[in-house]
Design a binder for this molecule. Structure first.
Ligand SMILES: [Fe+2]
Ligand SMILES: [Fe+2]
Length: 301
């Protein structure tokens, strides 16, 4: 391997290859007019609307991240440039699928979601830039946060793809999950490098223990966050998925204590009073029921 090629590697993640191949998710071969011919449950519509909003919120999140020390790292800025573009098209693609099913949203949706954002999101942004002034190790916490979010999203799309009776939705979820796998791989590999320092481990542990929220937390109302966690992880397979996420994150240096996904799942289920209609997730062709940690980490392309 040449010195130049070595530079482009972030742990097991080939950053150069990612940047070269980054593109918007391609659904040009999917006939969306077929989407409405298949079933789409109210719970699926609710979870897709949630994820559309969170994917579209990426640009707002990017603004916050760029005001932290993350901007000083050339690997991270190269990644973020492509990542935000891909996430924007995730939101757009989900919006197109919903529109094809007769559920349209206004063009001002992003502004509406932002206006409803809770103080927690603001606090998180302020805290991030402040901590950054004090410690260069904040970057490790941000990367770990990113790895958890991408892994949760990847698993969430996997659950929807396995459960749905709508093959068009299942295919879209699989394509988005492919991107999320790459996003996860960058954050995870980079976090592992940044967490080598003991102080980075301490700061990351403190921040995750006190400020971590599941995907969409702080942006969507708490009740909605509880609902989606219960919907995605509420069945017996959800126990395994939450444990798998926890075990993967716990392999990062200094994070062997990590159990937040299992705990959040349990707390959300307690708070979600209504009965959820959950179907046992089926294994579908090309989608492993339980991808191993090694696959998560090394699927860099
Ligand atoms: Fe995404
Ligand atoms: Fe992502």
């Amino acid at each position: 391997m040449t010195a130049e090629a070595k530079q482009a590697m972030v742990g097991n993640f080939d950053l150069d290859r990612y940047v070269r191949n980054s593109k918007k998710v391609d659904i040009s071969d999917i006939d969306l007019t077929q989407a409405a011919k298949y079933p789409l449950s109210a719970a699926e519509i609710r979870s897709l609307t949630y994820m559309m909003d969170i994917e579209s919120h990426t640009i707002v999140y990017l603004r916050s991240i760029l005001s932290t020390c993350a901007i000083e790292d050339p690997d991270t800025t190269a990644f973020l440039s492509c990542w935000a573009y891909e996430e924007h098209f995730h939101g757009r693609t989900i919006g197109q699928f919903l529109a094809a099913n007769g559920i349209a949203h206004s063009r001002d949706r992003l502004v509406e979601v932002q206006q409803a954002t809770s103080y927690k999101e603001w606090l998180k942004d302020m805290g991030a830039s402040l901590i950054c002034q004090c410690s260069r190790h904040f970057h490790a916490a941000y990367l770990t946060y990113g790895a958890i979010s991408e892994l949760s999203t990847l698993e969430g799309y996997g659950v929807i793809a396995r459960r749905t009776e709508n093959p068009v939705l299942a295919e879209i979820m699989r394509r988005l999950a492919k991107d999320e796998r790459r996003h996860f791989s960058f954050y995870y590999n980079k976090a592992r490098i940044r967490l080598q320092h003991r102080n980075a481990q301490r700061l990351t542990t403190f921040i995750i223990k006190h400020f971590w929220l599941p995907v969409g937390g702080g942006v969507k109302p708490d009740a909605e966050v509880d609902w989606i966690l219960s919907f995605i992880l509420g069945d017996p397979m959800g126990v395994e998925i939450a444990a798998r996420i926890d075990q993967t994150i716990a392999k990062l240096p200094g994070l062997s204590w990590f159990d937040r996904m299992t705990r959040s799942r349990e707390e959300s289920l307690k708070k979600t009073a209504h009965k959820l209609e959950l179907k046992p997730a089926q294994t579908i062709a090309g989608w492993p029921a339980a991808p191993a940690t090694r696959e998560y980490r090394e699927s860099a392309s």
